[in-house]
Design a protein around this ligand. Structure first.
Ligand code: NDP
Length: 477
């Protein structure tokens, strides 16, 4: 059986406690076993990262770029194998899993280039004979807490910029997905990363994650996950004076107006709401549809959702993989019950039996909802979308923005005027026109507003805001 171990100062370490890594498509398939670290291991990992920072922070951009580029190439060369591991441990169907691995490889190659592009400014001083230099330096030791829903892409988009700009890292992946994080760390070590620069600790968030967050020797925390955990982490970071970046939930609207191309709208909704089993923080979970197109849109979407093939993530015929675990499945089903009790009509959402025992659920569409219902206020994080019927575009925009979240917001329309208006007025970090709210490029900023995000943006050139610290130097000639 494959064992996943913590990696500290270049060594893979044992532990007495362990947790099986279960395939959600087939509960009899144990992908591996994670050996669980304790708080003392976290302290060791932080000390190792602190020690390694001295040299790593002074390496040349070329040295860092070469390692990141080599890691990116190795990830891309192994995309099928790593995609299969991802599909087994998280349940994303194979093409989606390979796509995620490809994204991770591309991210490393992108940040290999970014290591060379940090730059700085020379500013004339207001004082005679003085020059001012504004430069960026690495922050120090970065603690990373990552979720299960993108088990290789999210660690990649945090680790790559951290290393590119000269920081050292301690990462704690979600308990459900130790395999992908382990392979990623192995690839970086094989690509020439010195011992201690990247450390991995496996174990429960409330113990291992908390030890990272409360340590005075960690300079910054980057977190992706639930809002409740994120808020608690932010408060602790403030107490210990850490820089913090949070990416949390969404209740992303997709507006469909009367003039929309019906095929475009239905396909965008199908993908945005249900693909990756709806387990995306950018999922199109609120479909806000104007009156004249409403019935045609709902009819077509119901038909296509009912025809989606749910099954084993490694089965070629599968379009929707399993829910990640039993707890998430119960959460999805309980939201369908709540929606029904509040007056919504639920289509789909049945448990599905397959030759292997797994967490299979048919995607669900809830119609006849209002924006004040819980199904439209709270993140479900499963293959569940609701439809809100509105009179016109003005009402659609108001409803789209009436949410505590602000990650992604979409509109389907053939009107340039409406699209331009929506792009400017949508209260979200990302806006999509005639496209699903989920599915983003790897080289541009990612993040939201309101309760969805906190701190600087992730990804693209904007990542340097979080992973560097500014120094202002005054030089007298
Ligand atoms: P969590 O927010 O609890 O987990 C995210 C990460 O935080 C994991 O690595 C977890 O570790 C860690 N963690 C948990 N508790 C603490 C703590 N006290 N201190 C530090 N780190 C901690 O999300 P869940 O996985 O429990 O999922 C619950 C819900 O969160 C989902 O149903 C969904 O609604 C939402 N979610 C949103 C995501 C997004 O991208 N917006 C991603 C994942 C979940 P461990 O796994 O070991 O507990």
């Amino acid at each position: 059986m494959t064992q996943y171990r913590s990696f500290i100062n270049g060594e893979w370490l044992g532990a007495s406690d362990s947790l099986p890594n279960v395939n959600p498509s087939d509960l009899s398939d144990i992908v591996g076993e994670a050996l669980l670290a304790d708080e003392a291991r976290v302290t060791d990992a932080i000390a190792s990262a602190r020690h390694a920072f001295r040299n790593w922070s002074l390496t040349t951009p070329q040295q860092r770029a070469d390692i990141l580029d080599a890691a990116g190439a190795k990830i891309l060369a192994r995309r099928e194998e790593l995609g299969t591991l991802l599909a087994r441990e998280e349940g994303k169907r194979l093409p989606e899993a390979i796509g995620e691995v490809t994204r991770a490889g591309n991210i490393f190659k992108y940040f290999a280039g970014e290591a060379l592009r940090v730059g700085g400014e020379i500013v004339p001083s207001v004082r005679p004979g003085m020059t001012v230099e504004v430069t960026r330096e690495p922050l120090g030791v970065i603690g990373m807490i990552t979720p299960w829903n993108f088990p290789i892409a999210i660690p990649a988009w945090k680790i790559a910029p951290a290393l590119a700009f000269g920081n050292t890292v301690v990462i704690k992946p979600a308990e459900a997905v130790p395999g992908c994080a382990t392979e990623l760390v192995k690839i970086l070590a094989e690509s020439g990363l010195p011992a201690g620069v990247l450390n991995l600790v496996l174990g429960p968030g409330r113990v291992i994650g908390n030890a990272l967050v409360t340590s005075p020797d960690v300079d910054a925390i980057t977190f992706t996950g639930s809002e409740t955990t994120g808020r608690a982490i932010a408060a602790k970071c403030v107490e210990t004076g850490k820089k913090v970046q949070l990416e949390m939930g969404g209740k992303n609207p997709m507006v469909v107006v009367d003039d929309a191309d019906l095929d475009v709208a239905v396909n965008a909704a199908l993908d945005g709401a249900f693909f990756s089993t709806g387990q995306r923080c950018t999922a199109s979970s609120r479909l806000i549809v104007t009156a004249r197109i409403h019935d045609r849109f709902v009819g077509a979407l119901q038909q296509m959702a009912a025809a989606l093939v749910v099954g084993h993530a490694l089965d070629n015929a599968t379009q929707i993989g399993p829910v990640v675990d039993g707890r998430q499945l119960q959460q999805n089903l309980s939201y369908l019950k709540i929606a029904s009790e509040e007056g919504g009509q639920v289509f789909g959402g049945e448990l599905v039996e397959r030759p292997t025992k797994g967490f299979f659920m048919q995607p669900a569409l809830v119609t006849g909802t209002t924006n004040s219902m819980r199904i439209n206020r709270e993140e479900v994080f499963g293959p569940v979308a609701s439809v809100i019927k509105v009179a016109d575009y003005d009402e659609a925009l108001a409803v789209a923005n009436d949410t505590p979240y602000g990650l992604a917001s979409g509109i389907c329309t053939t009107s340039l005027k409406i699209a331009a208006h929506f792009k400017r007025r949508a209260e979200a970090g990302m806006v999509m026109v005639n496209a699903p709210t989920a599915g983003v490029d790897y080289h541009v900023p990612f993040g939201g507003r309101k309760r969805s995000s906190y701190g600087p943006r992730e990804q693209g050139a904007y990542a340097r805001e979080f992973y560097t610290i500014v120094k202002t130097a005054y030089v007298k000639a």
